[in-house]
Design a protein around this ligand. Structure first.
Ligand SMILES: Cc1cc2nc3c(=O)[nH]c(=O)nc-3n(C[C@H](O)[C@H](O)[C@H](O)COP(=O)(O)OP(=O)(O)OC[C@H]3O[C@@H](n4cnc5c(N)ncnc54)[C@H](O)[C@@H]3O)c2cc1C
Length: 406
């Protein structure tokens, strides 16, 4: 079974092992879920990529060192799905807030409906009697990972067969996935439900499940139709918030605050622009609103340790930060004679919300919190205004700008 240890070295080892299969093999077999002990047909890299222990750029660069862009087209497109979802949500942050509100309302309704509440518990515990669905529920809670196709089947059965609220399913995923991600998770659940691409739903079919699980599961009694759920139109795209672009950021003599949204600071800082101090915030610094489950917390906690160790090895002065209280941060900035703290841009989600609070508190003391956006996101996000199809057309150009064309 795949072991996700949150260190960069383990991530690179998995990337190296998988990269030879990222070409035609991936395109042919990626939709198959052969079970938790057979993950060779997919990368299983998402927990590392999610927190940017491994950057998308490095994943694509390693892939293109072994395959042509045409042979690896499918895999590279999948890597860009994450970028696309993030950019889409960045332009419509209200969709994340709407999900949170809907989840809370659905939880309240559940408390008053004993039948639905019992079904919800059975679904979470993998006791519905539906082949495959129950196994994926247990796999998710046991391992923190599900294959992409299993996520699609699970969400579809949750919504259209069990008729449970989609927002509670999305929340169940967020509480157990190692790669729990506001954009990829919320927007994928919305997509299955027919809320994202209006009217277009995803229906899990027994034949497809049997074929793509190598006959492990052929569930009975699944919904035969998937009528799109009702919901408001997504809001129009708004401007992506301002940030300093990676190319222009100068870290020399500055204080850099690293958060769990981006645990690879060394690729942001180049040797010539060394900060005076790097602060690495642990998940507890985001309490009491830390939203992900225990597995993700433990993963990130260890990921922070690994990040700290790598920075120490680079001779950078590092502090592990257990709290985001503004006063100590302000004193630290003053001690270094700076009037700003730099931080990698955190996309829409709880970390970004917590940073916005910190920004207001620091501003009152005359210290600015400045966000630095990676070139990868800066170039790609503006193309995520509409669907993935027009976004996908930009990929060759985005690769060229990232210095990754062949
Ligand atoms: C209902 C649902 C919920 C999801 N929730 C999350 C989530 O919370 N966090 C998360 O990281 N992904 C989520 N995904 C996307 C996708 O399922 C996972 O990223 C993928 O399964 C990770 O496995 P892998 O690394 O083996 O992927 P591979 O197939 O090896 O793909 C390579 C990389 O491409 C990216 N990727 C692949 N497929 C997608 C996709 N559909 N959307 C976005 N990025 C993708 C990931 O970074 C992945 O590591 C969700 C998908 C669905 C259908």
């Amino acid at each position: 079974m795949q072991n996700w240890h949150p260190s960069l070295s383990k991530a690179l080892a998995r990337l190296q092992a998988f990269a030879p299969r990222a070409g035609k093999d991936y395109a042919r077999l990626r939709n198959h879920d052969f079970g938790p002990d057979h993950r060779d047909n997919v990368s299983a890299l998402s927990p590392w990529i999610r927190y940017r222990i491994l950057t998308e750029r490095d994943v694509v660069a390693q892939t293109l060192s072994l395959h042509s862009a045409t042979a690896a087209e499918k895999f590279i497109q999948e890597v860009f799905w994450r970028t696309y979802w993030k950019g889409w949500l960045e332009m419509r942050p209200a969709v994340w807030q709407h999900f949170l509100a809907e989840r809370d309302q659905a939880s309240d309704r559940l408390r008053q409906d004993s039948d639905q509440s019992a079904l919800f518990k059975q679904a979470e515990q993998g006791q519905t009697g539906i082949a495959g669905f129950d196994d994926w529920a247990r796999e998710l809670t046991d391992t923190g990972y599900l294959h992409n196709h299993a996520r699609m089947w699970f969400a579809s059965i949750w919504i259209f067969t069990l008729k449970l609220p989609w927002s509670l399913g999305a929340d169940f995923f967020l509480r157990h996935l190692l790669d729990a991600d506001p954009a990829s998770n919320t927007l994928s659940w919305r997509w299955v439900a027919g809320l994202q691409t209006r009217g277009k739903t995803y229906l899990a079919r027994p034949d497809n499940i049997a074929k793509c699980t190598d006959g492990r599961f052929r569930p009975c009694g699944l919904a035969e139709q998937a009528e799109a759920l009702d919901g408001p139109e997504p809001p129009p795209a708004q401007a992506i918030p301002q940030a300093i672009s990676q190319r222009r950021a100068d870290f020399s003599g500055q204080v850099l605050l690293v958060t769990p949204e981006d645990l690879h600071p060394e690729s942001l800082i180049d040797g010539r622009r060394r900060p005076a101090r790097v602060l690495v915030a642990v998940p507890d610094a985001f309490a009491p609103d830390w939203p992900w489950g225990e597995k993700a917390r433990a993963f990130i906690d260890d990921g922070v340790d690994d990040t700290v160790a790598r920075l120490v090895a680079m001779d950078l002065p590092v502090t592990r930060l257990d709290s985001l209280a503004n006063e100590p941060l302000q004193k630290l900035a003053e001690a270094h004679g700076v009037q700003q703290i730099l931080t990698p841009y955190a996309p829409v989600g709880p970390v970004a919300d917590r940073l916005a609070m910190l920004e207001r508190a620091l501003a009152a003391g005359g210290i600015a919190l400045e966000r630095v956006r990676r070139d990868w996101d800066e170039r790609a996000w503006p193309h995520a205004r509409r669907g993935f199809f027009p976004f996908r057309k930009q990929i060759p150009q985005l690769l060229a700008k990232a210095g990754l064309s062949q």
